[in-house]
Design a protein around this ligand. Sequence first.
Ligand code: CU
Length: 130
Amino acid sequence: MAQRRSLPDSQPKPWVLGAAGAKVYAISAQNGSGELGTAALIPKGDKTLVEVAIVGAPAGVAQPTHIHTGTCANLDPATKYPPAPTTDGVSATTIDVPLATLIGGGFAVNVHKSGTELKTYVACGNLGGS
Ligand SMILES: [Cu+2]
């Protein structure tokens, strides 16, 4: 009988993509970073689990990850909601906002290069629309 194994914490967790009501949006590289991936939004009642999975992320660097108002092309620099930093390509945080708000209000999720290089955006994905 096959034994169930769990992936290491540093790996994206693909089973959330099948979670009931989950929405998944592409995250594209910015400023030549080569970092790209997905943002999965999983409804948790009045809250939402935000799972960011990025390939090409630098090992061991906590990359600040935020939900901002606007689009990737025109982002309000003020952070609207702050999920945990993406570290080794993964961020998973339940935030106190319903899914319908996140996908209905003109928001984008972005990833910054590092805590000391906040002004360099390395990846971004628009939320909503599909
Ligand atoms: Cu940000």
